[in-house]
Design a protein around this ligand. Structure first.
Ligand SMILES: [Zn+2]
Length: 312
């Protein structure tokens, strides 16, 4: 029987070992470390690690930006931080309420978790459903994960952590409550999901693509030297902004034209994707989702008002 037990253990151990995010912090600027996720979709193979999180080691202590997709990720992130510095974590800043950015909060329950008021409100409304959905998508990685609400409300403006002055911007194109953070000491801009780079953007809570485009212009005008997108590689040039503007403009025009021509959703999701976007991961998948989120608004805008029709 012993050999059977050993065989069973040898078969089951690698499975447990696979549930290791193997987070490797990469220094991207002075005091600044990135944990870069993949540009894939949520999957059982990646445990939902499709997101960029970061931490900044200030004189005062460590500031964490987003906590990742699960309790397990949050715990792994704390270990990763401890491998770089002995300084304590002093605060978490959440860029927005989406599950891949906040479901590691449980691992930071000993420090203030700060977010814009709108982020807390959205997480309150959607947190349980989002974490349930994550269990469905990535399975065992999520074990023990629950949505934890922020404990502090951020207001836009400058906040200092040790020798780092952070400019906090309250924007809204991606979810209605999107925090962007410019570290004025290093010039690193943490754009959250206002910037997706080489990965198709997601729209489930977007108030509209025009709002998003305006946010892109605001961010681009800041004195940044390095952009950390919510998803995709960091960049020192304008490329992420240009790609976002191009993609948002295309998506908007596509749906405008579709509504003007009376196309239905089934036709819209089959629209050709321009060749210049072929390097963008998940563009078909996200087009299908964006059409379902946003197209009804374009159709409504196109419909003649019944009262004006009746009055003529
Ligand atoms: Zn998001």
């Amino acid at each position: 029987m012993r050999w059977m037990l050993l065989l069973f253990m040898s078969l089951s151990l690698p499975v447990l070992a696979e549930l290791d995010y193997s987070l490797k912090p990469r220094q991207i600027a002075e005091d600044t470390w990135l944990l870069e996720g993949s540009t894939d979709n949520f999957a059982k193979t990646n445990g939902g690690n499709i997101v960029n999180t970061a931490f900044i080691v200030t004189e005062q202590g460590v500031v964490v930006i987003d906590t990742g997709p699960s309790k397990r990720y949050g715990e792994a992130m704390r270990k990763a931080i401890a491998s770089i510095t002995e300084k304590p974590v002093i605060e978490v800043l959440l860029t927005h309420h989406h599950p891949d950015h906040v479901l590691g909060n449980q691992a930071f329950s000993d420090v203030p978790i700060s977010a814009l008021a709108g982020t807390t409100e959205l997480l309150q409304q959607q947190g349980d459903a989002m974490s349930e959905n994550m269990y469905r998508l990535v399975g065992d990685w999520m074990r023990g994960t629950e949505a934890v609400l922020p404990t502090r409300t951020l207001t836009p403006g400058v906040r200092s952590f040790g020798n780092h002055d952070f400019r906090l911007l309250g924007l809204g194109g991606h979810t209605g409550a999107d925090l962007a953070i410019l570290d004025q000491k290093t010039g690193v801009l943490f754009a959250g999901d206002l910037v997706f780079y080489q990965r198709a953007l997601t729209t489930p809570n977007s108030p509209g693509l025009a709002v998003w485009l305006a946010d892109i212009a605001t961010l681009q005008g800041l004195p940044w030297t390095l952009i950390v997108p919510g998803h995709g590689p960091v960049a020192t040039d304008q490329q992420p902004f240009e790609q976002m503007r191009d993609y948002l403009g295309w998506l908007d025009q596509l749906m405008r034209d579709g509504a003007a021509n009376g196309s239905d959703m089934a036709e819209m999701i089959r629209s050709p994707i321009p060749e210049r976007f072929t390097g963008i991961s998940l563009s078909r998948y996200e087009l299908i989702r964006s059409v379902s989120h946003l197209y009804p608004r374009y159709e409504r805008a196109q419909m003649p008002r019944v009262d004006s029709a009746a009055n003529k």
